[in-house]
Design a binder for this molecule. Structure first.
Ligand code: ADP
Length: 233
């Protein structure tokens, strides 16, 4: 198995307004392998989102290193300028959030197209790819709806289509089923498995649900700032 992400000695604390320090991640190291589906588990406040945000380069660790290994080249984003970092993020990483984070003033189609246009694609091309993705998720009749005209399950499928539009190598999903009923949660999980296999994506998903974590390839637990153990399903 080849590592696609190497996490080395990552630590992260937050300091609150009244100067209380919360040590969220404490010297965490882990390899994530190409095309695996990893569940990150742990109680609320354990640092699951913090770890995903650091891996997604949306936040920085206080200490430690993260390397991405794409086709044999080692990339260390901590040394990149902000512009390079955001290009790297937009081209290689896809994000799915519990509350979808769709832009309310844009239609479903526009929401899916935006990362493609930001990556330099033409409007016309972005639209073709976005429509194809939305069609795969059986939402073609909803492309002109705004997010508030879609159900939670539909919004999450649009958010998944958006996460895929630039052919990411890695998808980071923060409680993607946390706001859905069990039927829609199963549907979303099914889609995540399908895209992992079809597009050979590496998938990291924070969840507090045992049922959901059991369906992934590997579970890692976060507790007291440490990756306490991990097991293969
Ligand atoms: P989880 O996703 O496992 O529920 P989080 O990563 O969201 O946990 O949070 C871990 C801890 O870090 C919590 O105690 C949370 O309050 C704290 N925390 C997260 N983000 C911030 C922030 N921006 N400022 C201060 N504290 C934060």
């Amino acid at each position: 198995m080849k590592a696609i992400i190497e996490i080395r000695n990552i630590s992260k604390s937050f300091i609150s307004k009244n100067n209380i320090i919360t040590n969220v991640l404490d010297d965490c190291s882990l390899d994530i392998y190409e095309n695996e589906f990893v569940a990150i588990m742990g109680p609320s406040g354990a640092g699951k989102s913090t770890l995903l945000y650091i891996l997604g380069l949306l936040d920085k660790a206080d200490k430690g290193n993260i390397s991405y290994i794409f086709n044999g080249s080692i990339i260390n984003p901590t040394k990149m300028s902000d512009k390079k970092l955001s290009n790297f993020r937009n081209s290689n990483l896809g994000f799915i959030f519990q509350f979808y984070h769709l832009l309310p003033e844009f239609t479903a189609l526009e929401n899916v197209m935006i990362p493609s246009i930001l990556a330099g694609n033409t409007q016309k091309n972005a639209m073709i790819i976005a429509k194809e993705l939305i069609n795969n998720f059986r939402l073609i009749d909803k492309i002109n709806n705004k997010p508030n005209e879609l159900s939670g399950g539909e919004q999450q499928r649009i958010a998944i289509a958006r996460s895929l539009i630039n052919n990411p190598k890695i998808i980071l999903a923060d409680e993607p089923t946390g706001n859905l009923d069990s039927k829609n949660a199963d549907l979303v999980l099914d889609i995540l498995h399908k895209i992992k296999n079809e597009y050979k994506i590496t998938m990291l998903m924070a969840t507090h649900s045992n049922e959901i974590a059991k369906q992934t390839d590997r579970i890692m637990y976060l507790k007291d700032g440490k990756i306490s153990n991990y097991e293969t399903n």
